[in-house]
Design a protein around this ligand. Sequence first.
Ligand code: NAD
Length: 482
Amino acid sequence: MEILNFIDGRHEPATQGAWLDNIEPATGKPYGRLPRSSAEDVQRAMDAAQRAFPAWAATSVEERTACLSRLADRIAAHFDELVAAESKDNGKPERLAAAVDIPRAEKNLRFYASAAQQYLTEASMSGGAGQLHYVHRKPLGVVGVISPWNLPLYLFTWKVAPALAMGNCVIGKPSEITPATAYLMSQWITEAGFPPGVFNILHGLGAEVGEALVTHPQIKAISFTGGTATGRHIARAVAGTSKKTTFELGGKNPAIIFDDCDFELTLKTVVRSGFANQGQICLCSSRYLIHESIYPAFRDALVDIVSRMRVGDPQSPDTKMGAVVSADHLEKILSFVGKAKELGGRVLCGGEATRPESERCASGYYMQPTIIEGLSPTCEVNQQEIFGPVVTLQSFATEEEAIALANGTEYGLACTIWTENLRRAHRVAAQVDSGIAWINCWLERDLRMPFGGVKSSGAGREGGTESLRFFTEPQNVCVQIN
Ligand code: NAD
């Protein structure tokens, strides 16, 4: 697959003619290439986007959202192709891409097509009804959207849809590790009705084209999802400018398991929350905090299930655990397991790289699902994001201790709380520092709700009206009426 940039309604290689290999994680082999774009490509996209902006901003919301709906139709029509491409690019099982990634990409576009049409701004009266105030929300101009590799088309569409719906022109940069589905989607942008220059997609390295995008003086906003260190770097790079930013960053999410939980439901769901997508979802639980009275029973039941999970070829319909995304990432995950052992942690299952039986997968990047106990809450394995199929177990005696452990990292993205006690559930949710608290469930989302993290997990919120607001500038218009 030869991936190309999409600028001003046309596909083209990077201006400087440089390329990057695209590797299939399941096999460890290159299967295509993508443009290694530079600041020159950003400038070309910017020129096109600025030419397109006045006319796009002046179209009706109905016209803009009709383009989003038609793009969603193309995603639905190419469902199987996108599922196969997402799995090949990322290493995730095809069944997961079919159940989660591609349906959600389509839903994101349809959701914002509808939400933007229903969006109302505020109005008020002041001065004893002497003045009418209303809010006029204007598009920002040309905005930059940067997304990671773990949910490639899902997160890319989540950002571009509200930006386009509200009348902005977009320069998007998907992860260089998983560029395929954004490229496939770029083939349908023109037929969906977007005029040239409105929606541009550039491929390449974060430190090169990504950096050029965020620092471009004409970029009005950056919507970023990725690692905390990258987010901080971008925040520093734009400090002192008036660019709007939103950061969705890493996590170290606790699952707080009380002794009065529904044992079977909790067990089944935390297995999913720890290991779905090989643990590479920002919302995955990575620290299981278990009440001491059920700790041995819960641990043993968990180890029994997880030790029987097998990694497989992502293309096989039976595979529930596929490859991790890259050789470097596998190394990083293994190095955390190594540190855990050095620190006295007990690896209860997994802990090694592995291979499915299939010949095709002999050089791929696979990690056994891993459970570790016996580590201090403050050690680096319990403090830093691993972002792989590795979870740690800790026990607690009291609700206060559970909350302190849950809050005892620099992150604050998501938590899950497992209890049948309604009062406790709400009480604990209110005290955990996190953008999302799931009680007796995980990964249930309502796209109208605000999404984001606290502390080092992010700044700003996406979802529903939050994104529509982010991608617009409110102007207070005041009319003297008597
Ligand atoms: P990353 O930070 O390495 O890369 C994310 C994106 O930023 C990529 O497109 C990359 O090319 C780009 N980038 C890198 N350096 C840049 C720079 N200097 N300037 C501009 N862009 C740059 O993250 P990743 O490894 O792709 O993704 C994994 C991380 O993303 C994890 O930490 C995970 O928790 C996080 N994540 C967070 C959420 C959330 O909603 N909070 C969702 C998914 C993933």
